[in-house]
Design a protein around this ligand. Structure first.
Ligand SMILES: Nc1ncnc2c1ncn2[C@@H]1O[C@H](COP(=O)(O)OP(=O)(O)OP(=O)(O)O)[C@@H](O)[C@H]1O
Length: 242
């Protein structure tokens, strides 16, 4: 579903993403790990068509993102870091608006709203205005908008950031369940999420892929390491280093 080849992004003299290649198939949940500034968000923004790569290719369901961005974006749901919300709308009307933007109207729109209210446990607040929601509910509303069109591909930038432990657990379960019939990439700094939700994980450091495999195979990368945390620390450099 997602095919990325030799992706590179330069910001002036800075190389944020350097020759990154990977494939994510339907039924796979790829955890995207790396220290601050490693290039995770930049990679995700290129995969979703928000940033144009300096070079490389991106195909979504076989459709080339650079040649046919409108079509490629139709099969993607994207939860960006710090997603914006229209705060004076109710949750249901906001989701209805997002559905219409995606061309979903009438009975299909009501069905789509009900489906995501269900999936994201939002029924209780469906008529509440977005600006009065708690952080966790706001976050789930953002999540709900990213799946309103039931996309085959989901790109989630730190989807559990800022949530309490119960909410983190719910969102991980949600990702794991949706991963059964979608191709999902999500970035995280929480290594236990890899075990909880991912079938595969990729670690990037300073723009380059330094590891890619199942959580179990990543653990074996560093002799003597007993946790992914240890593996992460031995194969990436702290962003505090020069
Ligand atoms: N629009 C931009 N202009 C210039 N530099 C940028 C821009 N966006 C990102 N960068 C730089 O590219 C590098 C990668 O940033 P990116 O946000 O992709 O990292 P990240 O892995 O998502 O980090 P974090 O975990 O802190 O969110 C950083 O050095 C960042 O400062």
């Amino acid at each position: 579903m997602i095919q990325v080849q030799n992706l590179r992004k330069e910001f002036g003299a800075k190389v944020a993403v350097d020759n990154v290649s990977f494939t994510v198939n339907k039924g796979e949940v790829l955890g995207f790990l790396g220290p601050n500034g490693a290039g995770k968000s930049t990679s995700m923004r290129m995969v979703t068509g928000y940033f144009r790569p300096t070079s490389g290719s991106i195909k979504i369901g076989g459709v080339d993102m650079l040649e046919n961005p409108e079509l490629a974006k139709q099969s993607i749901g994207y939860l960006p870091e710090n997603a914006p919300l229209y705060s004076d709308m109710t949750v249901a009307s906001f989701l209805g608006f997002c559905a219409e933007v995606r061309g979903i109207t009438g009975a299909a729109k009501s069905k789509a709203i009900d489906r995501v209210l269900d999936l994201c446990f939002l029924h209780r607040v469906r008529n509440q205005s977005v600006d009065t929601l708690s952080k966790g509910y706001r976050h789930r509303t953002c999540f709900a908008q990213s799946i309103i069109h039931d996309p085959d591909v989901l790109i989630l930038d730190e989807p559990t950031d800022g949530l309490d432990p119960n909410q983190k657990h719910e969102v991980r379960q949600l990702i794991k369940n949706m991963g059964k019939d979608k191709a999902i990439i999500f970035s995280t700094h929480i290594l236990e999420e890899v075990d909880a939700a991912c079938s595969r994980a990729m670690i990037i450091d300073r723009g380059k892929v330094v590891a890619d495999g199942t959580p179990a195979s990543l653990r074996k990368l560093v002799p003597g390491a007993t946790s992914l945390d240890e593996v992460f620390r031995s194969i990436t450099r702290s962003d505090l280093e020069k």
